[in-house]
Design a protein around this ligand. Structure first.
Ligand code: E4P
Length: 214
């Protein structure tokens, strides 16, 4: 499973890219707005910091605007993926952009039927937001199971990108279900490595080593 960072913070992206395991980045308008910087410059800087896909979301709500934004973004770097929302216009834009050779990530997906439509429209990625489903008292991971089964039934090439991740456990669950990609905020990325028993074990090993040397 590929692991993406879900942030527009360049310092965090550079920090975790150094670990060598960041396969891509997802951004959205809220994440960009939080940074308070030029959108175009920040996206270009991110596309240089990581080799893999960098998802960049359109702001238009009608398909013509989405297509022209998408075409503009695609010129910024080779690894740009254009994020279109799961709306009728978003689906039209997805088909037009995909036919033009531009890879699309269909975002804000909350049902298996929506994921089916995204795949039929030719999306490269589909982004089910599991954390927001959990927030409503439902089980976001069930949606991943359903989409995985549907895509396998029809051999869709669209990759399942598990988004809106809140806890490390969701990452391993996504991997157990065979999701293609999981995108996580930097704080969760950090937590993936951590385990108190690893820290305790290492501390003891080093203490014992020091004792043996005296
Ligand atoms: C994915 O591409 C989105 O940017 C993101 O995962 C949304 O997560 P949130 O529900 O924590 O805002």
């Amino acid at each position: 499973m590929k692991l993406f960072l879900d942030t527009a913070n360049l310092k965090d992206i550079q920090k975790y890219a150094e670990w060598g395991l960041v396969d891509g980045v997802t951004t959205n308008p809220s994440l960009i707005a939080k940074e308070g910087v030029s959108f175009e410059k920040r996206i270009k800087d991110i596309t240089k910091a990581v080799k893999g896909p960098v998802s960049t979301e359109v702001i238009s709500t009608e398909w013509k605007g989405m297509v022209s934004e998408g075409k503009k973004y695609a010129k910024w770097a080779k690894n740009i993926y254009v994020k279109c929302p799961m709306t009728p216009d978003g689906l039209i834009a997805t088909q037009k952009l995909s036919k033009a050779g531009i890879r699309v990530n269909v975002t804000l997906v909350f049902s298996a039927a929506q994921a089916l439509l995204a795949a039929k429209a030719g999306a490269a990625f589909v982004s089910p937001f599991i954390g927001r489903i959990d927030d409503m008292g439902q089980d976001g991971m069930e949606l991943i199971e359903e989409i995985t089964a549907i895509y396998a039934n029809y051999n869709f090439k669209t990759e399942i990108l598990v988004a809106s991740v809140r806890v490390p456990r969701q990452v391993s669950e996504a991997a157990m279900l065979g999701a293609d990609i999981c995108t996580v905020p930097p704080a969760i990325y950090e937590k993936l490595v951590k385990h108190p028993l690893t820290d305790q074990g290492l501390e003891k090993f080093l203490k014992d080593w020091k004792k043996a040397k005296q």
